[in-house]
Design a protein around this ligand. Structure first.
Ligand code: NAP
Length: 249
């Protein structure tokens, strides 16, 4: 019987876990452990890093994993690299489930930067009111541009206050709406939005809100994706698993 390890931390991973549970497939969902209270899941969950490529190879062998689905966030580049290498070494089938990136639409005003450091550098200059829609991991890097007032939105209350001299923190794990994000941006008189090109619909509201308000976006492009088989939807994973026919999807 196949045994599937899903590398998660995304809505896609949770949706895949649901689909596999409904199909009575043996699957485990893995979290890095960055979020305090991840949502309840219909398959067993494990939490924490594996200990690099070697640790993941050991896990795959020990647990008898036959299929590895990397459904991590497109910016979780280290985990994705490790997954490709470990699957190869352990002889386990591997696929990436990832959302397509967002593309600039009419009415958008995006400036592209390659990474967080690029975004920090691009904020050189006069003080502005900036929405940092990045999650908590990389926020402290923006302390290098302390002249701005930053609006932050995290899914959990952080253990330590963000290291930014002028900021306002909103704790909310969504789902977010265009109207809600427009109201938030207006209430905080936001002049610029900094976003990662995460893709997907869950986090898209802020982009549409910025478009409607005529606000520019500093868009952090995705890190390079390792050479691997990729699908953008759950059905693609099920097909790959060879279960599409019996599930009727
Ligand atoms: P990363 O930089 O690629 O990974 C750093 C280390 O964290 C990995 O080497 C691995 O540790 C551990 N790790 C990452 N994902 C894991 C998983 N699903 N299960 C077990 N261990 C995992 O990853 P990241 O950017 O810190 O992201 C961490 C988690 O947050 C991921 O699950 C990702 O899907 C989620 N997430 C990330 C972002 C983002 O913008 N980066 C946004 C939303 C959600 P070991 O080397 O010890 O195995």
């Amino acid at each position: 019987m196949s045994h599937i390890l899903i590398l998660g931390g995304t809505t896609e991973a949770s949706a895949l876990a649901r689909a596999l549970a409904e199909g009575s497939k043996r699957a485990v969902l893995s979290y890095a452990g960055r979020t305090e209270k991840p949502r309840a899941q219909p398959v067993p969950v494990r939490v924490g890093g594996f200990g690099g490529i070697g640790g993941l190879v050991d896990y795959l062998r020990r647990e008898g994993v036959t299929h590895l689905v990397d459904a991590t966030h497109p910016f979780a580049a280290t985990m994705s690299r490790h997954a490709v290498a470990a699957a190869r070494e352990a002889g386990v089938a591997h696929i990436m489930l990832t959302r397509p990136g967002w593309v600039e639409a009419s009415g958008d005003s995006w400036t592209h930067v390659p990474d967080i450091a690029g975004a920090v550098g691009a904020l050189e200059g006069h003080a502005r009111r900036v929405m940092l829609a990045l999650g908590r991991m990389h926020v402290d890097a923006f302390a290098a541009q302390p002249q701005h007032h930053y609006l932050l939105r995290f899914v959990d209350v952080p253990d330590e206050a963000p290291g930014l001299p002028q900021h306002h923190l909103v704790v909310d794990r969504g789902p977010f709406t265009v109207e809600g994000d427009m109201a938030l941006m207006q209430a905080h008189r936001i002049e610029l939005v900094v976003s990662k090109n995460a893709g997907g619909s869950g986090a898209e509201a802020k982009l549409i809100a910025a478009r409607k308000l005529g606000l520019p976006i500093l868009m952090i492009d995705r890190p390079p994706c390792p050479a691997a088989q990729v699908t953008h939807d759950i059905a693609g994973v099920l097909e790959w698993l060879g279960h599409s026919a019996e599930r009727g999807v």
